[in-house]
Design a protein around this ligand. Structure first.
Ligand code: NAD
Ligand code: WQD
Length: 338
């Protein structure tokens, strides 16, 4: 049985991936410093998986801790989620972002190399495509970044590619996620942002449940079908299953690969608002305001490569994303903070 070290394990995507890896029969060691997640995730993962998860509270920048983890467990692969991810905060606190996202990655890679572990799955983002010249976006499109968060992902990809060139024993899966949304169908796991959410889905969920009054729709004058921004929302469980396929692909002996994980379909802000109102049975009050600086009009994936290479496709649609988000929101009105 293969053992996977999962960093950022108690976070939004990490916790869902943890459950799917256990379900697929892997042994998983979760590592997280809990700076953006809750220890309560552990009992939820236990409830879903039917076994107690192995968890280490620790920081990916802590070389000694990592050396101890590799010395005491035989690890076959890493899935590295641990990172800071808020675009606006990254502009205000660039050093924190470079430290966690870049120094954290390098420290983890050094520890893995010292232990002889060279199978690695990296959480990249559609943000590396910047403002794409056209959609759908293919993996060979040019990359760029407009904010420190995006630059940490670009630099991380660069570091990993340099590492592969220096030592072809490394086999790396670069997974570029589009917009992960939704929650576990059990209602036990979901996204629990601290403070007022920046992202559309958690914001809409909070309007629906009555925690927030109305949604600000950022821009009604984009060149899209209704003037609002279009994104490729992907159900977090589909995304988690993409990781299970990606790590299996490495274990099958595949060389390094870079793939988009999205659905291939874009929805506008107003389409999301309508779908959420339908799923929740609640009206979603909104007003159209000015564009948010840094936003792009349209972003959705070409998913052909993920389908061909990984034999994976996202099959949960927008209605299911809204239903599962709403179930999570009503069962946990304050996320994990109750
Ligand atoms: P999240 O914040 O819910 O999870 C990240 C986890 O990493 C948190 O539990 C946090 O406590 C942990 N962490 C942060 N710094 C750490 C450190 N120094 N040491 C140990 N643990 C640390 O975020 P998420 O949405 O689950 O994102 C997971 C990964 O996916 C991140 O790398 C993110 O950049 C990437 N990603 C996310 C999205 C998205 O929209 N959610 C899109 C593309 C890529
Ligand atoms: C979606 C759409 C907004 C909030 C971000 C990061 C990206 C990636 C995923 C990590 C846009 C509109 C939003 C609101 C709105 N993360 N919106 N009112 O910006 O596509 O991507 O998360 O890698 O790097 O930038 O996601 O959910 O913030 O916005 O109208 O209150 O909803 O303008 O069109 P985004 P989002």
């Amino acid at each position: 049985m293969k053992t996977i070290l999962l960093t950022g394990a108690t976070g939004y995507i990490g916790s869902h991936t943890w459950c799917e890896l256990l379900e697929a029969g892997y042994q998983v060691i979760g590592l997280d410093n809990l700076c953006n997640s809750s220890e309560k995730v552990l009992e939820r993962v236990a409830g879903i998986a039917g076994k107690h998860p192995v968890f280490i509270k620790g920081d990916v920048r802590d070389a000694q801790l990592l050396a101890d983890v590799f010395a005491s467990h035989r690890i076959d692969a890493l899935i590295h989620f641990a990172a800071l991810k808020a675009v606006g905060e990254s502009v205000a606190k660039p050093l924190e972002y470079y430290d966690v996202n870049v120094t954290g990655l390098v420290t983890l890679l050094q520890a893995a190399r010292n232990a002889g572990v060279r199978n690695f799955i990296f959480s990249s983002s559609a943000t590396v495509y910047g403002d794409p010249a056209s959609v759908p976006i293919r993996e060979d499109f040019p990359v760029s970044a407009t904010n420190p968060y995006g630059r940490t992902k670009l630099m991380s990809e660069r570091i990993l590619r340099d590492l592969e060139s220096a030592d072809p024993e490394w086999r790396i899966g670069y997974l570029r996620y589009f917009n992960p949304v939704g929650a576990h169908a059990s209602g036990l796991l979901g996204e629990s942002p601290k403070g007022i959410p920046n992202n559309l889905f958690p914001y809409v969920a909070n309007v629906a449940v009555g925690n927030l009054e109305k949604l600000n729709v950022y821009g009604g004058d984009y060149a899209t079908r209704d003037g609002t921004g279009v994104r490729d929302y992907i159900h977090v469980v589909d995304l988690a299953l993409g990781h299970v396929r990606a790590v299996a692909h490495l274990f099958e002996g595949a060389p390094s690969f870079t793939v988009n994980l999205g659905t291939g379909t874009g929805y506008s802000v107003l389409e999301v608002v309508r779908a959420y109102a339908e799923a929740s049975g609640r009206p979603i009050d909104y007003q159209v305001v000015a564009r948010r600086p840094g936003d792009i009009a349209e972003c959705y994936a070409d998913v052909g490569l993920a389908e061909n290479l990984l034999n994976w496709r996202a099959d949960r649609g927008l209605a299911e994303m809204c239903r599962d988000s709403w179930r999570w929101q009503t069962m946990n009105p304050h996320g994990f903070d109750d």
